[in-house]
Design a protein around this ligand. Structure first.
Ligand code: C2E
Ligand code: CA
Ligand code: CA
Ligand code: CA
Length: 275
């Protein structure tokens, strides 16, 4: 007879096996997807809150597997990092996004920015800067239109190396954002020490801002402090009109979220839309 405790262990073991199997399965499919180029991009507008004009887009990767359907990036980016596939995948993202936005800028006769998420593994790799230079020269996109979004994970790397790379990118004219700010270990001294150009306030703060007074104070003061340090602020995850109005009132520079637009395919972009 299986005791209650043992039954639970058996259950956990079963769940763990399933998780490992799922992961193995995704890893296997991912290798194939990289070979077959089964990815595409969605773009989500980033709106200048003072003018209501779309200043640029964030590129978000999408994977449609004919076997298991849509797989969200959060379910495969980590695996791609562990399996050494992230650089190949992101090189494709950078190429595709820069080429699309160069074309869009041409059509619109104005410089539209493109923000690209880059894994710390890719960012610290030897080839990263070469890749950017190659893509910029091939697509004709100006370096000043390119923003690289990094998470705090990158701050755990060697500080000196990191600073040199950031300074080099800056000298090229490329901008660097700190993504998901406020989650994890982001301390305010990082943004000062590493001279980020942009700071993205994590959507969890934006979404709790109206119901939680302390979070509202925090958001207001992150914006003020960033501006004193000459860093522009993007609020992500804006879903409601009231959040939008509050952020405008706090002089937040840019906004992004479902209320403005969900991420969409290139063909569905409306770069002239006014908010
Ligand atoms: P992220 O960089 O924080 O991107 C924002 C995520 O929030 C996106 O999820 C976006 O669809 C979602 N979002 C935007 N507006 C709203 C809103 O108003 N409400 C809510 N609830 N969500 C909103 P997505 O596309 O599923 O991407 C998840 C994460 O996957 C991204 O988070 C990013 O960390 C990662 N990711 C996506 N593409 C890439 C890539 O090319 N390279 C790397 N390294 N990571 C990527
Ligand atoms: Ca991002
Ligand atoms: Ca984010
Ligand atoms: Ca995130």
């Amino acid at each position: 007879k299986v005791s209650k405790k043992n039954a639970r262990i058996v259950f956990y073991q079963g769940a763990l096996d399933k998780e490992i199997n799922d992961r193995d399965h995704i890893r296997h499919l991912l290798f194939q997807a990289v070979k077959d180029h089964d990815f595409f991009l969605n773009y989500q507008p980033i709106v200048d809150l003072s003018t209501g004009v779309i200043s640029g887009y964030e590129a978000l990767i999408r994977w449609y597997s004919s076997e298991i359907g849509f797989v969200p990036p959060d379910a495969f980016i980590g695996i791609a990092e562990e399996e050494g596939m992230i650089i190949r995948i992101e090189e494709w993202v950078i190429q595709q996004a820069c080429s699309d936005i160069a074309r869009l800028s041409e059509c619109e006769s104005r410089a539209i920015n493109i923000a690209i998420n880059v894994s710390y593994l890719h960012f610290i790799s030897e080839t990263f800067i070469e890749t950017l230079k190659r893509v910029l020269s091939e697509t004709g996109l100006s370096a000043s239109q390119l923003e690289i979004e990094l998470t705090e994970r990158v701050l755990a790397e060697d500080g000196h190396q990191l600073e040199m790379k950031m300074r080099y990118l800056k000298s090229m004219g490329v901008k660097i954002s700190i993504d998901d700010f406020g989650t994890g270990y982001s301390a305010l001294n990082y943004i000062k020490d590493f001279s980020f150009d942009l700071l993205k306030i994590d959507k969890s703060f934006v979404q709790s801002m109206l119901s939680n007074d302390k979070n509202q104070v925090l958001v207001k003061n992150i914006i003020r402090l960033a501006q004193d340090l000459d860093i522009r602020v993007i609020a992500e995850g804006i879903e409601q009109q009231e959040q939008y109005q509050k952020l405008k009132q706090f002089n937040c520079d840019y906004g992004q979220g479902y209320m403005l637009s969900k991420p969409v395919r290139y063909e569905a972009l409306e770069p002239g839309k006014q908010f």
